[in-house]
Design a protein around this ligand. Structure first.
Ligand SMILES: [Zn+2]
Length: 99
């Protein structure tokens, strides 16, 4: 996959949404948090700054894991016969899973 089409969030392996730099709003939010936190950390330094940065890196890693597991869930859903339209409807709450 070319880097031009890959999501701009570090650690994300997903493709960009066409016309955007990121694969999802979640990735865009994390990148925004990095930009904001970098400015804050430069301004305050010290333990609070270090711990804030460490927590953001952990958040970034957690988002990567969540996105990977979400993809795995979609692959499993397809194995269950769920269509792409149904998958989106389930996420939006427009389609309830049957027992
Ligand atoms: Zn992404």
């Amino acid at each position: 996959m070319s880097s031009r089409r890959k999501c701009a969030r570090e650690g994300c392996t997903k493709r960009r949404t066409p016309g955007r730099e990121y694969c999802s709003m979640m990735c865009r939010s994390v990148v925004d948090a990095f930009e904001r936190t970098e400015r804050v950390c430069r301004a305050i330094t010290g333990t609070e700054s270090d711990e804030l940065w460490v927590s953001l890196v952990a958040l970034n890693d957690a988002v990567s894991e969540y996105r990977e597991r979400f993809t795995a869930a979609w692959i499993h859903a397809k194995e269950l016969g769920i269509t792409a339209a149904e998958w989106h409807a389930i996420q939006d709450g427009a389609l309830e899973a049957t027992e």
